[in-house]
Design a protein around this ligand. Structure first.
Ligand code: M6R
Length: 613
């Protein structure tokens, strides 16, 4: 949550900072601000509201200077206001010695604030961040080295931080520091960038160095150096972003969400690339770091995740039970990390995360490792905290996902889980022909997702019908139950319509009381093993004059005749049906939100990656 961008080099910093913030706005969008340094002058511009408001301010009151830091905020301490917007300034008696942007939470900020107030530091905001600025300013009274001043005060902070710091007495210099909140350096020609997410700087450079916890970096246009707080100087590892050039651009789409929905055929191709082995009827993964013998010893799998990743894990549970006959439990990461869940040494833990920075999922990973369990990650963001701290895992290769509502990451996760189920199955009892059928099914998924996307016109008509409703029920059985949950999450997070997902048959144990003409019941019901039972559940809703929307197999006239609105997807083997059935639900949420005038890529109160507990 929140985004940081910094720049030092020969260009004007402000336009680069604002451009970076625009790409990061999905991480928080309550307020935005920047500070630049020109010669020995500190220039501050900040405003509550979107990055656009900051841009207007900078147009009215330019911020010259070739070095600067900037921030887009998701409020934790103090509401969104001009005062609480970052950067925050540090100094005494109106002499501003430093400007700071911060992601994370400083837990001991109250005690630090009292200490600083007693020494004459006046506070202008309600944020926890302002203490950092004053602490650095105080150090700068006794050292002329900005890097050293930051290094010293970090020892006083309890909590998490990703920091960017500039000071008027140190033009051209930016200090960054990381503990629990991501930070990356971008390396250009005679210029350097700092960001909380490489998305912000990707158009400028593909060469990056990720900071690890406890590391501090000093950037000037020509030089950068890194130190670990305890271990001293370090040689940074330089990575390359292998994103497609248009990965973080809208490319003619109105929103990132719809762009990413339509990218899904390609996403699944990328997730599967090089991993399916037709000759052995299995899948292979380069980074699991476990031998087949070790994997055969596993007796149980635990998945820990949040939100959409949790829904994908539920699909994985059905697939692994079906193909590999292994018991699987899916846990909310936020619950798992604090429970006394009994687990033995033959339990394998997987955490799933698109961002790789979700605080609860990272907490679950650390707790599982602390208890001595083998802990792997299924993660999208290369170099993220979760990717680095796990013992191995599987990358999704979905490219950057910018829309706050996760779509293509879900598909990549489901594709990876289907391959994992196949692999684990083939290590056990799954026969060659059955394995080959799964390989062929997964192979066919991208083209079939492409066909499912063609249902957009029907979905738009459905959106016209339901855009005004207050509640919606999503219902699915077996492998489609998690798809129902995912459909409900998509609708509620971007259109603010109350929506719940249930296993279809569970409806009559309570939720059916909500059924009336105004509450759509959205059945996820492609043809499959439990289809006949689902048809009976549809009848139960019809008997109560409920409105039925059904996602079903094209040509399924029995279902279509019973539905007020029928959303067809292509015929497909059951193992890949979730990849197809989710498509009309994603499109439905999008088009409903559009009709309700919602801010689709920046839904109310949300942020893309949830880096606080
Ligand atoms: O980055 P992660 O996959 O760890 O994120 C987990 C959830 O925060 C995320 O899926 C969230 O629920 C999305 N807004 C769903 O669209």
């Amino acid at each position: 949550m929140c985004g940081i961008v910094g720049y030092t080099g020969p260009q004007r910093a402000a336009p680069i900072l604002v451009g970076g913030l625009r790409r990061l706005e999905y991480r928080g969008y309550d307020s935005a601000g920047l500070a630049t340094v020109e010669e020995d002058r500190l220039i501050l511009r900040k405003r509550a509201g979107r990055v656009r408001a900051l841009e207007e301010l900078v147009e009215e009151q330019p911020a010259p200077g070739g070095a600067g830091i900037s921030h887009t905020r998701w409020a934790t301490h103090g509401p969104a206001s001009d005062r609480n917007a970052h950067p925050h300034l540090g100094g005494r008696g109106g002499e501003w010695r430093v400007a700071v942007v911060h992601n994370g939470v400083i837990e001991n900020h109250s005690a630090l604030r009292r200490e600083l107030e007693s020494q004459g530091f006046a506070f202008a905001s309600q944020t926890d961040t302002e203490v950092i600025a004053h602490l650095i300013a105080r150090e700068l009274e006794s050292t002329t080295d900005l890097f050293e001043a930051v290094r010293r005060i970090l020892q006083r902070l309890e909590g998490t931080y990703g920091l960017g710091v500039v000071a008027p007495e140190h033009p051209g210099e930016i200090i960054g520091a990381r503990f629990g909140s991501p930070l990356v350096v971008g390396l250009g020609e005679g210029e350097h960038f700092l960001a909380s997410d490489p998305v912000a700087i990707a158009p400028h450079t593909a060469r990056v160095a990720y900071l690890q916890d406890g590391e501090v970096v000093r950037l000037t246009p020509d030089h950068f150096e890194m130190r670990h707080l305890e271990h001293g100087p370090i040689t940074p590892r330089i990575d390359r972003l292998d994103w497609k050039p248009d990965a973080v651009e809208l490319g003619g789409h109105a929103h990132y969400m719809i762009k990413e929905i339509f990218e899904q055929p390609e996403t699944v191709v990328d997730a599967c690339r090089g991993r399916l082995r037709r000759g052995e009827a299995t899948a292979v993964f380069g980074g699991l770091n476990l031998t087949d013998r070790q994997l055969r010893r596993i007796r149980r799998i635990v998945f820990a995740a949040c939100g959409t990743s949790w829904h994908a894990a539920l699909v994985g549970e059905y697939l692994i039970e079906r193909l590999a006959h292994l018991p699987v439990e899916v846990e909310y990461a936020s619950e798992f990390r604090y429970r006394n869940a009994p687990m033995d040494d033959r339990t394998l833990v997987f955490v799933l995360s698109q961002s790789g920075e979700t605080a609860d999922t990272l907490g679950a990973l650390r707790e599982a490792r602390r208890r001595g369990h083998l802990t792997l990650a299924i993660v999208n963001t290369v170099g993220s905290s979760i990717a680095r701290e796990s013992e191995g895992g599987i990358y999704l290769h979905a490219g950057p996902e910018v829309g706050v509502a996760s779509t293509k990451a879900f598909s990549a996760q489901v594709a990876v889980l289907a391959m994992l189920a196949l692999y684990l199955g083939r290590l056990r009892h799954l026969s060659f022909p059955d394995g080959l059928a799964v390989v062929e099914a997964i192979d066919s998924a991208p083209a079939l997702i492409g066909e499912a996307l063609q249902s957009e016109p029907e979905v738009e008509r459905a959106a016209d019908r339901i855009a005004g409703v207050r509640n919606a029920l999503y219902l699915g059985r077996d492998i489609h139950f998690p798809v129902a949950l995912e459909g409900a999450l998509k609708l509620k997070e971007i259109s603010y319509i109350h929506a719940e997902g249930y296993p279809t048959a569970e409806m009559k144990h309570g939720p059916i009381a909500l059924v009336d003409r105004e509450t759509p019941c959205i059945f996820v019901a492609p043809r499959g093993s439990l289809h006949a039972k689902t048809l009976s559940n549809v009848e139960e809703v019809r008997a109560r004059h409920g409105m039925v929307l059904a996602v079903g197999t094209r040509g399924d006239s029995t279902l279509a005749e019973r539905a007020d609105i029928f959303l067809p997807i292509p015929e497909a083997p059951e193992v890949i049906q979730p990849l197809l059935a989710v498509v009309p639900l994603q499109l439905l949420a999008y088009h409903v939100a559009l009709r309700r005038g919602c801010d689709i890529d920046k839904p109310r109160n949300l942020a893309k990656s949830v880096t606080v507990e």
